[in-house]
Design a binder for this molecule. Structure first.
Ligand code: PGA
Length: 247
């Protein structure tokens, strides 16, 4: 079970420090892995603060070249050097605001893997595609075009755009169908298994329901990961869920 906390462009030194103070006294279970994705500038700061806490760190994006004239970009090699294990790629906000394409995301994933990072590739349909029955085909194309040529370990985050930050989540049957489909598509193309996380308005109230859906291997949490109380409530629910199912 994996919980990814995507802080996006939020928090600062003071709030991060206070967040970590609460983590220091928390008893973590080894069955639920946690990874925080802070704004790039705070990666080193956070990494030092949590060095004795079993939480990984990741970048919110990376470039597909090791170094060079790419103003404002972040290299996978630098993420690795500063203690990152994971990198989120192709988040819908980057696809929309930074015009990242599937082809670009694939190149970044390949370079991330080469730099020993574990990519979490985000996919997700918009409301129009969902309402017109095009979600499955759209996601299939995103996966096909973003899938790295070679990988050992890969995670896909299914994040319907219409669910991000809106408080709306798909029906259980829709999440089940999409996650199964994603696993089948990746397997048919690579003969490898992937983990699939659900992302979009995950909170303390719906986490149990989401985790009980087949083929949900964890969650990618945005807004609810910014407040320590909500974050720990989500984590605690995931631990409880595993205990209930004796996993
Ligand atoms: P949200 O964001 O949990 O605030 O909906 C999720 C995401 O964008 O990764």
């Amino acid at each position: 079970m994996f919980i990814a906390a995507n802080w996006k462009m939020n928090l600062n030194k003071k709030s991060i420090k206070s967040f970590v103070e609460h983590l220091k006294i928390y008893k973590f279970s080894k069955n639920v892995q946690l990874c925080i994705f802070p704004p790039t500038i705070y990666i080193d700061f956070l990494s030092k603060l949590i060095k004795n806490i079993p939480i990984s760190i990741g970048g919110q994006n990376c470039h597909h070249q090791s170094f060079g004239a790419f103003t404002g970009e972040i290299s996978a090699i630098s993420l690795k050097e500063f203690g990152c294990d994971y990198v989120i790629l192709g988040h819908s906000e980057r696809r929309i605001y930074n015009k990242e394409t599937n082809e670009y995301i694939k190149k970044c994933a390949q370079f991330g893997i080469k730099s020993s990072l574990r990519p979490i590739i985000c996919v997700g349909e918009n409301l129009d595609q969902r309402e017109n029955g095009k979600a499955i085909d759209f996601i299939e194309k995103q996966i096909t075009d973003c899938l790295p040529e070679d990988f050992n370990e890969l995670t896909i985050a299914y994040e319907p755009i219409w669910s991000i930050g809106t408080g709306k989540i798909p029906l259980q049957s829709e999440i089940r169908e999409m996650h199964k489909n994603i696993k089948d598509i990746v397997f048919s193309k690579s003969k490898k298994n992937v983990k699939v996380l659900y992302g979009g308005s995950v909170n303390e109230q719906n986490i149990q329901e989401i985790l009980s859906i087949n083929n949900v291997d964890g969650v990618l949490v945005g807004g609810a990961s910014l407040k320590i109380k909500d974050f720990l409530a989500i984590y605690g629910s995931a631990v409880k869920h595993l205990k209930n199912y004796n996993i």
